[in-house]
Design a protein around this ligand. Structure first.
Ligand code: G4P
Length: 318
């Protein structure tokens, strides 16, 4: 999909993480429980030097509970990794976060001499500010009160000897899995001007038809959606909701907005757009394609370099 990409403060964020990471004990990555794989940043492990990681599956109130359990088990089976589910309705998430971090770095946090130092990151709209505000509500935040803490970076004292640092800016994954682009757009993580809503709604409907047909039928009063094409389902939804253009034509743009809004608010039901197994398959296919693209690009680059003066001998001529 042609998503226009705005990496924003990527550079600033990478630099801030690199500067801070040596003195961090645990890295919390906030993920969207509806699309944990797609909302993760594959670069993070490398950036954080493979520090112990806590995956927080946020917005679990919107996600399919059975699939959240699969994702939690998936992450909990990884070395030096723990995973918990959270949502904004929890007024005291600090206890869970503290407990999970202590399990990951048991040697830290027991005293002021060895405080637990935690870094939190996540893609835009995943709920980082909401979570931090809730945490700040319980304890007073300290912002920029020590050397090296920039104005953009926030330190929160979660408990005695337990510090949480927010990462400034954004950490966007380079999207090599097509389905991840659609899922991120459907979730609301990508600004609406950066993608074609109709296309994203059609992809979303295609997935819902295969995995959540019952919810789709109940919400939009449709029958046997599995036998319909994606466009037919979108049209039927537009008609059902009175999104018409005149002469009986359906306003597909409006219908797409309805589908997306109702998915985002979970009016459609609690839905998760990927399982660990599915995402693993998408990722493997995406990595293969990406490697092919990279190889072609490099080959083109070599061709261009040689072309002007033809000075460079072909590699096999040496
Ligand atoms: P960010 O800092 O990571 O960019 O995200 P932020 O906290 O601003 O949250 C993005 C949106 O997600 C907000 O909704 C917020 O209310 C919602 N949100 C955050 N955590 C949860 C959660 O656990 N469950 C649910 N259901 N929603 C959550 P918004 O519509 O952009 O704003 P508003 O609802 O605050 O008006």
């Amino acid at each position: 999909m042609a998503i226009q990409w705005f990496p924003g403060h990527m550079h600033l964020t990478r630099k801030a993480i690199a500067e801070r990471i040596a003195e961090i004990d645990v890295v919390i990555e906030l993920l969207d429980a509806r699309l944990p794989g797609s909302s993760a940043n594959p670069m993070l492990a490398e950036l954080t030097g493979h520090k112990p990681g806590l995956k927080v599956l946020n917005k679990q109130d919107l996600a399919d509970p059975g699939r959240t359990a699969l994702w939690l088990a998936h992450y909990n089976a990884q070395p030096a990794t723990r995973a918990i589910g959270l949502d904004a309705s929890q007024t005291a998430p600090a206890r869970q976060l503290i407990e999970a971090c202590r399990q990951l770095a048991p040697q830290r946090g027991g005293s002021m001499a060895k405080p637990m130092r935690v870094l939190i990151c996540g893609i835009p709209n995943v709920g980082k500010s909401t979570l931090i505000n809730t945490l700040v509500g319980t304890r007073k935040a300290k912002t920029g009160d020590e050397a090296g803490v920039t104005k953009l970076e926030q330190r929160i004292v979660l408990a005695d000897g337990f510090y949480l640092w927010d990462t400034p800016g954004m950490l966007w994954p380079r999207i090599i899995v097509a389905q991840s682009g659609y899922n991120l757009a459907a979730s609301g993580a990508i600004g609406r001007n950066a993608f074609d809503e109709e296309l994203v709604a059609l992809e979303l409907l295609g997935y819902l038809k295969r995995h959540y047909a019952g919810l789709l039928e109940a919400r939009f009063k449709l029958d046997a959606v599995a036998g319909l094409g994606d466009e037919e389902v979108l049209e039927a939804i537009g008609r059902q909701r009175g999104a018409l253009l005149g002469k009986g034509r359906v306003n597909l743009q409006k219908a797409a907005e309805i589908v997306m809004n109702e998915f985002r608010s979970a009016s459609l039901g609690r839905i998760t757009l990927e399982t660990p197994e599915e995402f693993g398959q998408w990722l493997a296919a995406g990595q293969l394609l990406d490697a092919e693209r990279q190889a072609k690009k490099e080959a083109r680059g070599r061709g261009k370099k040689r072309a002007p003066g033809r000075e460079e001998a072909p590699p096999d001529a040496a």
